[in-house]
Design a protein around this ligand. Structure first.
Ligand code: MSP
Length: 531
């Protein structure tokens, strides 16, 4: 066996001041799906998420409650950890920026930047967005009418003495990289294309140096070496999490990351400041920064005052009503990958649930298991000619096996989970069409036709097995139940505890053994009746 390929994927680390909501769960679930897909392929995966804790607003919130910032951060970081664990997220680690393992590394990186002569002391004055913890450029502040474009709160005028990073020095290199060129042996990409072009246009307007420290943080944050007045700017501290977590003897091989998955709100930091700092430190660059768009809710921007926030309580309601896997499926297929925002609306959710999960996937499996039970006593029948079976199915549009591997991997690599899922579902619909055309339920009326009925059912079960493997990263719990019903618990066992799968071997045609019991059970996705 060849050594497995390393695959490192990250989510943003979330501010501890907020409670987890659908936006956080979305990025983390998409990353989870991609991580699971790579484990299914047999790759050596490292999947990281965590919390960003050194924001000034954390110290403020703690002070209001009369507790220390760390106590406040502990409570909220735990809410993220618990939520992700409960919702089936398989991150390999959870980084908190208040942990020593992170802080020690950050100091090392800052020293590296100082040594590289890319840091100098200067004076900064500008409009500060305290919610986002970032300065807003003068022309933008004007355009936003001096209010945060994210939360509407007034921008604050601030002046401070800071350490600056020479971002301007990296303007040409960043442009070349984003335009697809190799620079000093490095490559770097930002997707989607339209977002990358926005970044390119902004870089062309000229890059200013950026402060990497802050004054007046009241002891919360990582102090700048030899200057106790200042702490490392929370954004600089935060970006380093991607590197600090794997900067240990046993994990160093994971760097550079293959994917930083984020949303459009934080693209500038990831597409410009982060690669520039890495170049200053002479480190390899992540392969891809992918910035998805935003969830809105019931047609409007999510807001607490409108009461349309998809918060933890709402998330739990969807999980209880439709199952966790149904929520994952909706996030994966109806979500804002790409450049348009998506609407999280209950009617849309029910529609997707009923048409894809209840009527297509669930129903197709029920038909196969019901007929196997009715005509063959619940044991998978024999097929006289496997290859002919595959060809027959392909004639009805089943298209999974021939293009497994390269094309499939290219889709996942481009984070085209929607395209991936559409294809699998087209193949499940093809199984249905094959049943409609061949009419095994009619053929079975004459016992002389049973061998043919057996062939049809074998083909259907085998096609369903292959489709199910490709859906496992999205709906692991339901697919493992399905596997149990077709005698494939060995997949579940291999994948337990983040173990590796063998996608190529598992998706070869003709592996179900005739005679295997096919269990009927309750519908995998019972149809949802709208009251
Ligand atoms: N702490 C910074 C990130 C530092 S990364 C080195 C931060 N945190 S955050 O808690 O505000 O999370 C922002 C991220 O949450 C977005 O980039 C996105 O991944 C997710 N989302 C927050 N709201 C969202 C939506 N409404 N829709 C989709 N995802 C969104 O910024």
């Amino acid at each position: 066996m060849s050594t497995p390929q390393k695959f490192y994927i990250t989510t943003p680390i979330y501010y501890v001041n907020d409670r987890p909501h659908i936006g956080h769960l979305y990025s983390t679930t998409i990353a989870d799906i991609v991580a699971r897909y790579h484990r299914l392929r047999g790759d050596d995966v490292f999947f990281l998420t965590g919390t960003d804790e050194h924001a000034a607003k954390v110290a403020d919130a703690a002070a209001e409650r009369g507790i220390t910032p760390l106590e406040w951060a502990d409570q909220n970081a735990k809410a993220f950890q618990d939520t992700f664990a409960r919702l089936g997220i398989t991150n390999n680690d959870f980084i908190r920026t208040s942990q020593d393992r992170h802080k020690e590394k950050v100091l090392q990186y800052i020293r590296g930047l100082i040594e590289s002569q890319d840091v100098y002391v200067g004076q900064y004055e500008g409009w500060y967005d305290t919610g986002q913890e970032e300065y807003v450029p003068e022309n933008k502040a004007n355009e936003y009418e001096f209010k945060s474009p994210i939360n509407g709160k007034p921008l604050v005028r601030k002046a401070e003495k800071n350490d600056f990073f020479r971002l301007s020095k990296y303007q040409d290199k960043l442009l070349a990289l984003l335009q697809g060129q190799e620079v000093d042996g490095r490559r770097f990409d930002v997707q989607p294309e339209a977002r990358k072009n926005e970044v390119i246009a902004r870089i062309k307007e000229g890059l200013n140096d950026v402060p990497i420290s802050r004054t007046g943080s009241r002891g919360w944050g990582i102090p700048i070496p030899n200057d106790p007045d200042q702490t490392i700017y929370v954004w600089i501290d935060a970006l380093f999490n991607y590197l600090s977590t794997v900067d240990t003897d046993s994990r160093r091989g994971y760097w550079p990351a293959q994917v930083h998955l984020i949303a459009k709100d934080i693209l500038w930091f990831h597409a410009v400041i982060w690669p520039a700092m890495l170049m200053a430190l002479d480190k390899p660059l992540p392969a891809l920064v992918y910035a998805h768009s935003f969830w809105i809710s019931e047609g409007q921007k999510m807001s607490k005052s409108l009461g349309n926030f998809i918060d933890l309580e709402k998330i739990d309601h969807y999980v209880a009503t439709f199952s966790l896997d149904a929520l994952r499926y909706f996030l994966a297929t109806a979500g804002p990958m790409g450049t348009t925002d998506s609407d999280f609306a209950e009617a849309k959710f029910i529609d997707v649930y009923n048409s894809d999960l209840a009527n297509t996937l669930g129903n197709c499996f029920s038909r196969i298991s019901n007929m196997t039970n009715r005509y063959f006593g619940g044991k998978l029948p024999k097929t006289p000619d496997n290859d002919r079976g595959l060809i027959l199915l392909q004639e009805h549009g089943f298209s999974l096996t021939p293009m497994l591997s390269d094309e499939r991997n290219a889709k996942i690599k481009a984070l085209n989970i929607v395209g991936h899922t559409n294809e699998v579902f087209a193949s499940i619909r093809a199984i249905d069409q094959y049943i409609e055309k061949t009419q095994p339920f009619k053929l079975a009326k004459d016992p002389a036709n049973l061998p043919e009925v057996g062939t049809i059912l074998y083909n259907c079960a085998e096609a369903m097995r292959i489709a199910s493997i490709l859906l496992w990263p999205i709906m692991p719990t339901k697919i493992e139940q399905l596997w149990h019903r077709i005698g494939c618990d060995h997949y579940t066992q291999a994948l337990a505890n983040n173990g590796p799968g063998d996608l190529n071997a598992w998706t070869q045609w003709g592996q179900l053994q005739p005679g295997t019991p096919i269990l009927q059970g309750d519908p995998l996705f019972p149809r949802h009746q709208v009251k």
